[in-house]
Design a protein around this ligand. Structure first.
Ligand SMILES: [Fe+2]
Length: 326
């Protein structure tokens, strides 16, 4: 039995683009010589805002033949700092240039004032932060003149000042702003492991008629923590969550992310084909169950250096929470 591929309800007027991958520089020679062999590409917005160089020209050329979606990491929608109008203007110009089908970013904050953490930091989830993020999403949508597509982040710490779950926060945010959702099922898997919640319950609880896109990726399992490294094949449990999400949404655009230890393009396409086969057959592919990385030698080769920050972040979060509780 196949998983339904047609949206039950229109999603903000945005189409199901099919199956795509994140466009990475090392794959360009293969793509230019052999063709894209995917339905669409997602580009990292910040890499193409300044229109210069070979890669930028290639993206412009590709955008004439294949749908492009923009995915950002610097919007910092949860920050207390004012929205960066210069950044938003550049985002809008890039969207026009590559005819972006939609623009997404994360439910997070990345810095404060002039300090950039270069990481996607979690928010306290409560009425105050919800009101703050809601106002900023509305403002961004007015500036961009289109719905913003918000992605659920992976996280490693939680705030004691949180009064709602992430799925409750997202539901309220969507209802208030009518923004879209980018459901990263790997991020749900990672955060569910780290915070000990039920990933299936999360996916069943979000507003499915606002999910525009799904992200797939492979994390690293470090024992106590699951780390969102995007450096491995999609694990078995993430495929199960993907299947559930596609069933509940009625079928939306699928994007495979792979950002470190990036395989050759044919290997990347083979991983994406697993999603195609799942959607046509309903059968969840055989995939690895992550083994914990425990030796010091392995630990040092993690592609996302969040592991050495965990103690620091955790201590900082606890000390903030402790001082707030006094
Ligand atoms: Fe993602």
């Amino acid at each position: 039995m196949s998983v339904k591929q047609e949206c039950k309800e229109p999603r903000l007027g945005l189409p199901n683009l099919g199956f795509g991958v994140g466009l990475r520089t090392q794959h360009l020679p293969d793509i230019l010589s052999e063709g894209a062999r995917v339905d669409w590409f997602e580009i990292i917005s910040e890499n193409f805002m300044e229109h210069s160089g070979y890669t930028s020209n290639v993206v412009d050329r590709l955008s004439e033949d294949i749908p492009i979606v923009m995915h950002g990491v610097s919007l910092s929608i949860g920050s207390e700092s004012p929205l960066n109008r210069d950044y938003l203007d550049k985002l809008k110009k890039l969207a026009r240039r590559v005819n972006a089908v939609w623009i997404s970013d994360h439910l997070c904050w990345t810095g404060l004032g002039s300090h950039n953490s270069h990481d996607l930091l979690p928010l306290p989830l409560n009425e105050e932060s919800l009101k703050h993020v809601t106002q900023r999403v509305q403002e961004v949508q007015e500036i961009l003149e289109r719905p913003l597509i918000i992605e659920n982040p992976s996280s490693y710490v939680q705030f004691r000042s949180s009064t709602m779950t992430e799925w409750e926060f997202i539901t309220e945010l969507v209802e208030a702003t009518q923004c879209g959702l980018l459901l990263d099922v790997n991020n749900v898997y990672v955060s569910a492991h780290n915070h000990r919640f039920d990933a299936e319950h999360y996916i069943r609880s979000i507003p499915h008629n606002h999910v525009v896109q799904i992200h797939l990726a492979g994390p690293a399992y470090c024992g106590e923590y699951m780390i969102d490294t995007h450096d491995a094949p999609v694990p078995a449990r993430v495929w199960e969550l993907y299947s559930l999400a596609q069933e509940l949404t009625g079928g939306v655009s699928t994007l495979l992310e792979w950002d470190a230890q990036i395989p050759d393009y044919p290997e990347l396409l083979a991983e994406l084909d697993k999603a195609r086969r799942l959607m046509s057959s309903g059968v969840v592919p055989e995939a690895p169950v992550p083994e914990p990385i425990i030796s010091d030698e392995q630990h040092t080769v993690l592609s996302t250096p969040i592991d050495f920050q965990l103690t620091h972040i955790s201590n900082e979060a606890h000390s903030i929470a402790d001082s707030g509780n006094k």
